[in-house]
Design a protein around this ligand. Structure first.
Ligand code: BYC
Length: 313
C-alpha cells in the first residue's frame, strides 16, 4: 500500500474502517493503545469496587454501582474495537490481548495502581481521574480509526456523569465537618500528581507521539492536554475551598496558563515497571477472577456449541 497516500487520507480527516487496507505500523499502534485503554477501564473498576459496600448511603451506592458498571461497558466496547484489528497473526484477538495484560506484558493506566483509601478518594477519582480521562478522550473522539472514534463518543457522555458524581461527593464533604473537609483535602493531595501523570510523559520523552499524531490517532500532545486539565481544574478546587498540593502553581499572565511544579517522573517510571503501590494486587485480583470464573465462559461456549449442533442436526 502507498504509505503517503494513507497519510494523506487520514490527514484529510477521513476515517479508516476495519476491512480497509492499512499500514501494519498503524494497525500495531492502534492495537497497543486501544487494548491498553480497554485494560485501564477494566482494572480501573477495582479501586472503586472496594467502596461499593461502604458507600455512605443507598443513593451513593447506586451511583457508584452504575459508574463502575459503565466502566465495564467501556472496556467491552474497547476490546471489541481492538479485536477489529485482528489479522490472525498479530495477537489482537480478545483472549490474547487480555492474557497479555494478566501476564503484565501490556500496560494499563498508571493511576489505577493507587489505592482508594477513603470515601473522599471516590470523589477525587470521579473529579480528577475521570476529569483527566475526559480531557484525553474528547481529543480521541477525532481519531482516524472509525470503531475507536465512535466508541469514544459514547464513552465521553458517560464519563461526564462520572466526573460530576465525583465532584458532587467532594462538594458534600467540603461543606460538611472539618474532618470531612480534611478527608477531601487528603484525597486531593494524594491523587493530584498521579492524575497529571495519566497524560503520559512530557512530549520530549514520548516515543509514540509523532507517529500517533501523523496518523491522526492522537490529536493533541500529552503536555497540551495536561496543561488544559490543570487550567480548568484549579478554579474547581477553589470552588471546593481546597488547596492544590503544588507550591509552584501560579497563573502566568504572559502564557495565559498556570505554571506548575515538576511531576514525580521517577515514581511514574516505577509504577510503569510494576512497582507502584498496588500493581501486584491489581494483577492478582484479575488473575484470580479469571481462574474462579473460567467455568462461566466454558459453560457459555459448551451451550453455544450444543445449540449449533441442534440447529445443524
Ligand atoms: N499509564 O509515547 P507515549 C478511565 C506509556 S480509563 C501507563 O506518550 P502514547 C477510568 C505508553 O503506553 C481511561 N502507561 O505513549 C476507568 C507508552 O508505553 P508503550 C484511561 C503510560 O500512547 C475506571 C509509554 O508510556 N485512558 O477513564 O502516545 C475508573 C510512552 O508514552 C501512561 C486511556 O487509556 C500512563 N499514564 O500516549 C475511572 C487513554 N502514559 O505502549 C476512570 C488512551 C504513557 O510504548 N491512551 N504510558 O509500551 C492514550 O491516550 C495514550 O496511550 C496516552 C500515552 C496519552 C496515555
Amino acid at each position: 500500500m502507498d504509505h503517503d497516500k494513507f497519510l494523506e487520507y487520514v490527514q484529510a480527516e477521513n476515517k479508516v474502517e476495519p476491512k480497509d487496507v492499512m499500514p501494519e505500523d498503524y494497525r500495531k499502534l492502534l492495537v497497543r493503545q486501544i487494548s491498553q485503554h480497554a485494560h485501564s477501564e477494566i482494572v480501573g473498576m477495582l479501586p472503586e469496587a472496594n467502596w461499593i459496600s461502604r458507600a455512605p448511603s443507598l443513593r451513593r451506592k447506586m451511583a457508584l454501582l452504575a459508574k463502575i458498571q459503565d466502566e465495564a461497558g467501556h472496556g467491552l466496547y474497547l476490546y471489541s474495537a481492538s479485536e477489529t484489528l485482528n489479522n490472525g497473526e498479530n495477537g489482537a484477538d480478545r483472549d490474547s490481548t487480555y492474557q497479555a495484560m494478566l501476564e503484565g506484558k501490556a500496560k494499563y493506566s498508571s493511576i489505577f495502581n493507587y489505592a482508594a483509601l477513603s470515601w473522599a478518594d471516590i470523589g477525587a477519582i470521579g473529579w480528577l481521574v475521570d476529569g483527566a480521562a475526559i480531557m484525553n478522550q474528547v481529543m480521541l473522539m477525532g481519531n482516524s480509526y472509525g470503531p475507536y472514534s465512535r466508541a469514544m463518543v459514547k464513552i465521553c457522555k458517560e464519563e461526564s456523569f462520572h466526573q460530576r458524581q465525583g465532584y458532587e461527593i467532594l462538594m458534600t464533604l467540603c461543606r460538611g465537618t472539618k474532618e470531612q473537609k480534611d478527608m477531601a483535602q487528603d484525597a486531593l493531595n494524594r491523587f493530584w500528581w498521579p492524575a497529571l501523570m495519566m497524560f503520559g510523559p512530557n512530549d520530549a520523552d514520548s516515543p509514540n507521539s509523532k507517529k500517533s499524531m501523523d496518523y491522526r490517532v492522537k490529536r493533541e500532545s500529552n503536555d497540551d492536554l495536561r496543561q488544559r486539565f490543570i487550567d480548568v481544574t484549579v478554579s474547581q478546587a477553589e470552588f471546593l475551598g481546597l488547596k492544590m498540593p503544588d507550591e509552584n502553581l501560579v497563573w502566568n499572565e504572559e502564557r495565559q496558563h498556570y505554571d506548575f511544579g515538576d511531576l514525580p517522573w521517577d515514581e511514574f517510571m516505577e509504577v510503569l515497571k510494576g512497582n507502584g503501590p498496588c500493581n501486584k494486587k491489581r494483577l492478582k485480583t484479575k488473575i484470580d477472577a479469571q481462574k474462579e470464573h473460567s467455568w462461566v465462559k466454558e459453560a457459555a461456549i459448551a451451550f453455544a456449541e450444543k445449540q449449533e449442533e441442534l440447529v445443524n442436526a
